[in-house]
Design a protein around this ligand. Structure first.
Ligand SMILES: [Zn+2]
Length: 102
């Protein structure tokens, strides 16, 4: 009988330890989930901001900095090829457009 009680106590101790581990793990996962969610949200917000910037960039005479940035990033901003990749070549139409927009 005493031996059984001793074993039961031991098992209880084990269970307590496991429960603690599980709670810790659960907490860790909840935190990780929280962080990932935040990152996802801010990514979506950034993308929305980007597409809004692009919208304003399409209006001639406005958002010169944005246009210059898009051009620097390697995309046409001229009416001829707007939005397509420049493939590391300067485009006269784009440069002319940038000069006008200044
Ligand atoms: Zn161009």
């Amino acid at each position: 009988m005493e031996k059984q009680i001793g074993e039961l106590y031991e098992q209880l101790g084990d269970l307590k330890g496991k429960l603690g581990d599980m709670l810790e793990e659960n907490h860790r996962l909840a935190m990780e989930n929280h962080h990932l969610r935040n990152r996802l949200d801010s990514n979506i917000e950034e993308q929305q901001e980007d597409s809004e910037k692009q919208k304003t960039a399409e209006i001639p005479g406005e958002g010169y900095d944005n246009l210059a940035r898009i051009y620097e990033e390697g995309f046409h901003i001229c009416n001829v090829h707007f939005g397509s990749p420049r493939q590391d070549e300067d485009c006269l139409f784009c440069l002319e457009f940038l000069n006008k927009a200044k």
